[in-house]
Design a protein around this ligand. Structure first.
Ligand code: FRU
Length: 475
């Protein structure tokens, strides 16, 4: 909620960064994070194996990329969050990793300029490698939303904004286009770059505008790639788009709706065909069942060996005194299932974080549980850990995780429930039967014990039940 208000007011008011230049802004922002680092580390509810900033507030993952042996992920970052200063403007925080498992914090990559096209914030975007040069494409928020470039010549540590910014200064002249024009997502197609920018058409729903370029500087608008979700949908935020095999593509969008408190709706994906600059979605489906108050704004990239990895934002609300707020999800590998829907699995390499194997009543606050239960005639299976629970109720077809519920039914040919449950401070992620992801923010208590796995009504069999304490991702 805080981010939304901050961001929308910054668009409207174009609050300018009050210091003299970008370098001062970066130095002040890094100092502000450093000041709260220890406080954040002391909070027992803080995750240790989810990526978040060293301190203060984050939101969307931005620009995941691999370059010369390192993975990088950026994120929307408010380094002055909680302070009464005219500086609550989004910038790009940064973390890097040799293996997508162990991470280190990097200095803040981009801060708003003192005046002009990005003085109101560095909103979301992507990072690509163009002619061997790491290049960020982001939305600058000034008087308007425009698309801008920044490049790095020192391995993504420091960034120089392009003198030609903004490289897309106005939206295309299309009848009925809404006000939002943000969150560029680029990919390579033959000799050219393609770019999507999120927007909407009044009365019709969200849209993504498709551009092409050879040099990232000169962009031709092609067409709206896709439009939909009805007149109450006022913006598609943070589009990500990729091939998924079988001649199909996937579009993922984070929709805003005008009649929902907080505006955000469920993050949706569609599989479909991408031909002649158009994408035909087959059916919109849910990416994460935690819902829009928990999970939002995912972004994806293709990493070496061709895997598609999705990062999301998990809204782990903490007060400013805690020193930190929100995390990224675990990296999730995305593939197309035989039934034509997506499979989401935690990155397999995360198994390297497993430490001591423990019994369910000795999990602590940072753990992974793996369970497989052959349901037999069981009407209900409940995995209870401290204050949390994951319940499958076959009679009502519901899956409950903490205080949230979603529909779930075994697919044809499935007779067991396979669960991987990641608990990390106050953040939980459940992966069920390799196809349903469910993030939630859970009450966590270091002293809570007494975990159990219970099945009621009939002959359920526990096939597998293992649990590990999980290690930290930070060196
Ligand atoms: C999504 C979003 C993006 C925007 C960014 C600003 O959560 O609103 O559309 O670029 O956050 O922080």
């Amino acid at each position: 909620m805080i981010a939304r208000r901050t961001f929308l007011s910054s668009i409207a008011g174009a609050a300018a960064w009050p210091s003299s230049g970008a370098e001062t802004a970066l130095a002040e922002a890094n100092a502000s994070v450093a000041q709260f680092r220890e406080r954040a580390a002391r909070d027992p509810l803080r995750p240790i194996y989810h990526v978040t900033a060293a301190a203060r507030f984050i939101n969307d993952p931005n620009g995941p990329v691999w370059y010369r042996g390192r993975y990088h992920v950026f994120f929307q970052h408010l380094p002055f969050w909680g302070e009464r200063r005219n500086r609550n403007l989004p910038m790009w925080g940064h973390a890097s990793s040799p293996d997508m498992v162990h991470w280190r914090h990097e200095p803040i990559a981009l801060a708003p300029g003192p005046a002009g096209y990005d003085a109101g914030g560095i909103a979301s975007g992507c990072c690509v490698i163009h002619n061997n040069v790491p290049t960020i494409i982001y939305t600058g928020v000034g008087g308007a939303q425009t698309q801008c470039l920044a490049t790095s010549r020192d391995g993504l540590r420091t960034w120089r904004k392009d003198a030609a910014n903004p490289v897309i200064a106005t939206p295309p002249p299309l009848e009925g286009l809404g006000d939002g024009f943000r969150d560029p997502f680029a990919w390579r197609e033959g000799e050219e770059w393609r770019l999507l920018v999120g927007s909407s058409f009044k009365g019709r729903g969200g849209t993504v505008l498709l551009y092409r370029s050879r040099d990232l500087h000169h962009w031709d608008f092609l067409e709206p790639l896709a439009t939909g979700m009805g007149e109450k949908c006022i913006q598609w935020e943070c589009p990500t788009f990729f091939p998924v095999g079988g001649g199909k593509h996937v579009l993922i969008v984070s929709p805003l709706y005008r009649d929902i408190p907080g505006l955000r709706g469920l993050v949706q994906y569609a599989v479909g065909r991408y031909e002649r600059n158009r994408f035909e979605p087959e059916e919109w489906r849910t990416v994460d069942h935690g819902g829009p108050t928990v999970y939002y704004a995912p972004n994806s990239f293709e990493c070496p060996r061709g895997r598609r990895i999705l990062w999301g934002w998990i809204m782990a609300e903490r007060p400013p005194e805690a020193g930190w707020c929100h995390t990224l999800s675990l990296p999730r590998a995305v593939t197309l299932g035989e039934d034509g829907t997506l499979r989401f699995e935690p990155l397999p390499e995360l198994a390297a974080l497993r430490g001591q194997e423990v019994s369910l009543d000795a999990l602590g606050l940072h753990a992974e549980i793996e369970a497989a239960v052959e349901l037999g005639g069981a009407g209900r299976v409940e995995l209870r850990t401290g204050l949390n629970r994951l319940v499958y109720d076959a009679a009502t077809g519901k899956l409950i995780f903490g205080n949230k519920k979603t529909d779930f039914a075994l697919a044809r040919g499935e007779s067991a429930l396979h669960v991987r449950l990641f608990l990390d401070g106050c953040v939980g992620e459940a992966y069920v039967n390799g196809r349903l992801c469910f993030s939630n923010v859970l009450p966590a208590n270091p002293d809570a014990t007494g975990a159990s796995l219970v099945a009621t009504h009939g002959g359920a069999k526990v096939k597998r039940l293992r649990a590990w304490k999980m290690g930290a991702i930070w060196g």
